[in-house]
Ligand binder design. Structure first.
Ligand code: BTN
Length: 343
């Protein structure tokens, strides 16, 4: 099922929900609803029924009216949009019940504007970095941000770095837990991955036409639900917070922080970009560590991670004294086992 932002036909539902919001915990009588919406009481009842089908819990008590007692467990676009204070990010929201990959959907729908966010409750063909598959177990939320950045293609990595900083800030704001970043795209809590980022871009000769920044966010994923081999290295936001976290609040905080971080890359102000890179370096647990970088072709590079340069590459000082920029690859920190050699 494919849900677009409230089409005009849903305006009645929107107004009904606005009435409920104004009433807070209180009841709203059926006749008042009918009067405010300019429809019959039967039409109000039908509207209530269809909201219930979407997961809203609405109590109906004779002589008192209706009362909103619960929101859908999964955040619908209108619930996310209510209270979202961004200027451009997430002003256009698209939700799928299930989709192969939100990145694919975001890249392929030409109607989606800059700042659109596509999210799903289930992903059947999620994509990870370096051509890997990305599982979306229950309790994790995959979403993708559409950007039309006026940037040269070699700056795409900066969008990944910005997303990492935005995620750290947003998750910390909503969950109050301290997070780190592992270069380039892992958001960690106590060394375990809470979110991963995959940036994909379509470019012409000298600039990106469209970039999609995809985020797999483990909101409330039970430990046992991660694929085997991943569970020990994964964590959920609720675990980091030590309490339940409302997914709508979390996403609003994350989208707000992502907007600020993307602006630092997109608005062309060098001081702002430097500030973002400094924030990234300050959170990056890779820096100063002995690392082994396995690149796509399988070649391994060993050395000390000394910095993150202004294109987002990791700089590695090797034993023979060279400093090599690394643009992509799997980084293993010295205290970690090498990939493929067990947990
Ligand atoms: C990683 O390998 O760490 C990156 C994982 C990124 C996964 C997200 S889930 C939403 C979006 N859609 C995809 O198919 N992939 C990204």
């Amino acid at each position: 099922m494919h849900r677009h932002p409230a089409p005009p036909a849903r305006a009645g539902a929107e107004r009904l929900l606005a009435l409920f919001r104004r009433a807070g915990e209180g009841f709203v009588s059926g006749s008042r609803m009918a009067a405010e919406l300019g429809v019959s009481r039967t039409a109000v009842w039908k509207q209530v029924r269809s909201l219930r089908e979407e997961g809203y819990r609405i109590a109906a008590v004779p002589h008192r009216g209706y009362r909103l007692t619960g929101l859908p467990a999964e955040p619908l676009p209108r619930e996310l949009a209510a209270g979202l204070a961004t200027a451009w990010l997430g002003r256009h929201l698209v939700a799928y019940e299930a989709v192969d990959s939100t990145n694919r959907a975001a890249m392929q729908d030409p109607a989606l504007p800059h700042g659109a966010v596509v999210y799903a409750f289930r992903q059947t063909g999620g994509r990870g970095r370096l051509g890997r598959a990305w599982a979306t177990p229950p309790g994790s939320l995959p979403f993708s941000v559409v950007l039309a950045p006026a940037l040269p293609p070699q700056r795409a990595q900066l969008l990944t770095l910005a997303a990492a900083v935005g995620l750290v800030r947003g998750i910390e704001a909503a969950a109050g837990a301290g997070l780190d970043i592992k270069w380039p795209n892992d958001v960690l809590w106590r060394g375990r991955k809470v979110a991963g980022i995959l940036t994909e871009a379509r470019s012409d000769a000298d600039r990106m036409v469209r970039a999609v920044v995809g985020v797999g966010l483990n909101v409330d994923t039970p430990r046992g639900a991660f694929p085997s081999g991943v569970g020990a290295r994964a964590a959920a936001v609720t675990e980091a917070a030590g309490r339940p976290v409302d997914v709508g609040d979390l996403l609003r905080a994350v989208l707000t922080a992502l907007e600020g971080a993307f602006d630092a890359v997109l608005d062309g102000d060098p001081a702002r970009l430097e500030g973002l890179l400094e924030a990234y370096r300050g959170r990056c647990v890779t820096l100063g560590r002995e690392v082994t970088v396995t690149e796509r072709a399988g070649a391994a590079l060993r050395g000390t991670a000394t910095g993150v340069d202004d294109l987002g590459a990791l700089t590695v000082r090797t034993g023979d004294g060279r400093t090599v920029p690394v643009y992509a690859g799997d980084v293993t920190l010295s205290s970690e086992p090498l990939p493929g050699r067990g947990p």
